[in-house]
Ligand binder design. Structure first.
Ligand code: ZN
Length: 354
């Protein structure tokens, strides 16, 4: 029964920042208070650092669930970046036993495909049977390359999901319709990912109308950054400046983005990019903890650092570690003073430390 004491940190508990020490006991958070003096098996000095609830990444593609040429190792893409829970966004391979085998906490969205402008649920049915209650949503690639012509398949996916009490996540780059048509079809709690993409029918093309509608309805706007592929950094910046923040920052990490895009790609780089385009520290940490957990209906378990909750936490230092991402539009983001994970604790156990 290990006790970990994290001293002198600036704590993010999922709702606010404040200075305190954090003490774990076995798998739970036992105490959060100034100047904790109880003994512990391990004491970590977090002076000048951020002590956060474990991060939640709602858009990843894991080895074993995605194609071998696409998925990335579950733990290696999570723990070094402070992520303790993930959602695989479009699972086709693997099964419930594999999900239970992963150390990182997880949920999955299964895939609906589109054929001749209609949704097809054959793969989704198989996925729902394989993953059981770990499957909490349907992911659909609403993309011209899938021979899509109008909003019909999105409406069909939404009707199917409502009938089964599942969420919907729409990949909206290369959409054949204006973004506002997509959010009009979605319901509260559904997720629009790659929201700041700079391709056809991006949010800027119709003056943020889609983002206004989405915010009003409670549709969740997910950055789905995907390194430099599915995000136009200027679009992201203009949206933030106009007050349209993403509800969630996610990586869309794959074996491609993890190792080939500008350095050590992961959640901390995405948070650093969000800082560069003007999001505040509170907005950034909310979008990767409590808001991300809520997007998966997991906020009762994930996303908060509170007494009595499971001891999933991460410590972040500031870093000038260089990265240099250029998006498809040619916009560059460099690191001024970004984030670097230095300690990750899962269920009261240290699982990453530098
Ligand atoms: Zn993705």
């Amino acid at each position: 029964m290990a006790r970990i004491l994290v001293k002198n940190g600036r704590v993010w508990d999922g709702e606010m920042f404040f200075f305190a020490d954090v003490l774990t006991n076995d798998k739970l958070i036992e105490k959060i208070a100034p100047d904790i003096t109880e003994s512990a098996d391990y004491i970590f000095d977090a002076k000048g650092k951020i002590v956060s609830a474990g991060l939640v990444d709602i858009h990843v593609h894991l080895k074993g669930l995605a194609a071998d040429t696409f998925g990335v190792g579950a733990e290696i893409s999570s723990f070094p970046f402070g992520v303790t829970a993930v959602n695989d966004a479009g699972s086709t391979h693997g099964d419930r036993a594999l999900l239970d085998y992963f150390s990182v906490k997880n949920t999955v969205f299964v895939c609906a495909s589109i054929k001749e402008n209609h949704a097809n649920f054959d793969a989704a049915e198989i996925g729902l049977a394989k993953y059981g209650d770990k499957a909490i949503g349907i992911k659909v690639y609403f993309d011209k390359s899938e021979n899509v012509r109008d909003i019909t398949p999105i409406k069909e996916v939404c009707a199917y999901a409502r009938n089964k009490n599942l969420k919907v996540m729409v990949h909206c780059t290369l959409s054949p319709t204006p973004m506002v048509e997509i959010v009009n079809a979605l319901s509260k709690g559904d997720i629009l990912t790659h929201v700041f993409h700079g391709g056809d029918n991006s949010c800027l093309e119709n003056d943020f109308e889609a983002l206004k509608v989405a915010k009003h309805k409670g549709v969740i706007l997910d950055s789905g950054l995907a390194g430099n592929v599915h995000t136009d950094f200027l679009n992201f910046k203009k949206s933030v400046e106009a007050g349209f923040l993403p509800d969630v920052i996610s990586t869309d990490i794959t074996c491609l983005s993890a190792f080939k895009r500008g350095g050590r790609y992961g959640m901390t780089m995405c948070m650093s990019i969000a800082k560069q385009v003007g999001m505040s520290e509170e907005e950034i940490f909310k979008s990767v903890t409590s808001s991300a957990a809520a997007a998966l209906n997991k906020d009762a378990k994930w996303g908060y650092l509170k007494v009595g909750r499971t001891a999933d936490l991460s410590v972040f230092d500031y870093t000038l570690e260089p990265f240099d991402l250029t998006d498809k539009a040619g916009n560059q983001v460099k690191n001024d003073l970004g984030y670097k994970c230095i300690l990750t604790v899962l269920d009261g156990q240290i699982i990453y430390k530098i």
